[in-house]
Design a protein around this ligand. Structure first.
Ligand SMILES: Nc1ncnc2c1ncn2[C@@H]1O[C@H](COP(=O)(O)OP(=O)(O)OP(=O)(O)O)[C@@H](O)[C@H]1O
Ligand SMILES: [Mg+2]
Length: 224
């Protein structure tokens, strides 16, 4: 096991947002959190990253968690070439790392990244740069909050497959409101509604037989 979340509760200004959520993330697992807008998905991610106060117990059995957001452009510095930014973020964690290897795994060209500034990359390329950063840091867990919602459909698939192909390197918590993302790359899924866990299941079982009423509804609207 890599991450244990037990009885997580989060309040914003006395408003109860995340309500007694518990789950485990295993090694080499893509753990999806799905739920409608405002259900508390990003709040769970922020609690794991220790960015907000919370109640409950979160235990991480690794050294590094890396977070990837919806708009990678916001997290890359426009004034520095992309290559140097991957290098800096890896050096923060370990010395003498061969970042070219990790850049190439993501189907990016190190030579090009030495010249390119963030605005010269597509959204899909920027997102793959973020994934290469997590490899360069040897992060054991990547939290990806709607990593493909700003991308067009074809590029979305590229980035999602990149996550799937990286399963041997790190575990992923993938936050989405899109069931097709869960179906494509997920191993497990937690269904969240109004901050309450509706069910946690292996993805295959969820698509065959959702346990919760809300899960059933989600699937019905997914299949139309
Ligand atoms: N800093 C904050 N202060 C007060 N309320 C907040 C804060 N951040 C989020 N909220 C509220 O907490 C609830 C959950 O927000 P959260 O961002 O976790 O939802 P989400 O499931 O990630 O939604 P989305 O799919 O739209 O990203 C929402 O009602 C939101 O308005
Ligand atoms: Mg969110």
């Amino acid at each position: 096991m890599l991450l244990e979340v037990k009885h997580l509760n989060v309040y914003y200004n006395d408003k109860h947002i995340v309500k007694d959520v518990s789950f485990d993330v295993g090694k080499n697992e893509i753990f999806c959190i799905i739920g409608e807008s405002g259900s508390g998905k990003s709040t769970i991610a922020k609690a794991i990253m220790d960015m907000i106060p919370y109640q409950g117990k979160i235990t991480f059995y690794g050294d590094d968690i890396f977070m990837i957001f919806q708009n990678p452009g916001n997290y890359l510095d426009p004034l520095f070439n992309v290559y140097s930014q991957i290098l800096i973020i890896s050096k923060a964690i370990k010395q003498d790392v061969d970042i070219d290897k990790y850049i190439k795994i993501l189907n990016l060209d190190p030579q090009r990244l030495k010249r390119a500034y963030p605005h010269e990359l597509s959204g899909g390329e920027q997102q793959r740069v973020m994934i290469s950063m997590s490899l360069a840091r040897s992060s054991e867990l990547v939290i990806a909050d709607e990593p493909t919602s700003s991308l067009d459909v074809l590029v979305q698939k590229d980035v999602l497959c990149a996550f799937k192909n990286m399963k041997h390197y790190f575990s992923t918590i993938l936050i989405t409101h899109d069931l097709s993302v869960v179906e494509l790359i997920g191993d497990k899924v937690l269904v969240l509604k109004d901050g309450i866990t509706q069910e946690i299941q292996d993805v295959n079982n969820f698509f065959k037989s959702p346990k919760s009423e809300y899960g059933k509804k989600l699937l019905e609207s997914f299949y139309g």
